[in-house]
Design a protein around this ligand. Structure first.
Ligand SMILES: [Cu+2]
Length: 131
């Protein structure tokens, strides 16, 4: 089989290959990597006297999944307030996921509902993190 014939056959196979079954579907690959770029997940344990960790750096404009693992629930830590976002999160034992998108850069303090156990989000511009 001469080279030009082989190339032609491959070209024909490529043209008639059903798009759905083509293993290297470019649109699918692009979609997955965009999803990774377009969300940020943070995890935190709720303990008797602390949130651990209690300081997170977030990228502005990127949806956040805040995985809260409540291990030692009590009257003090049963709710988290984020005044700047107007959020009050009631906690239950076990894992819960809070989703939000920070729209402004800067410091966002939060705490237990009594203000005794503190925490902070540091929201940075996406441009800053690329530099
Ligand atoms: Cu408290």
């Amino acid at each position: 089989m001469s080279m030009p014939v082989t190339i032609t056959m491959f070209a024909i196979a490529f043209i008639f290959w059903p798009t759905e079954s083509w293993p290297f579907d470019r649109t699918e690959i692009t979609k997955i990597s965009q999803d990774v770029m377009n969300e940020q997940t943070i995890s935190m344990d709720v303990l008797k006297k602390s949130f651990s960790p209690n300081k997170f750096t977030l990228r502005k404009g990127v949806p956040v999944k805040w995985v809260i693992n409540v291990r030692e629930l009590n009257e003090c830590n049963e709710a988290i307030v984020i005044p700047q976002y107007g959020l009050e999160i009631k906690l239950q034992p076990g894992e819960q996921i809070i989703e939000f998108t920070p729209t402004e850069s800067g410091m966002v303090p939060w705490s237990c509902w009594m203000g005794m156990i503190p925490g902070t989000f540091i929201v940075i511009d996406d441009d800053e993190s690329k530099r």
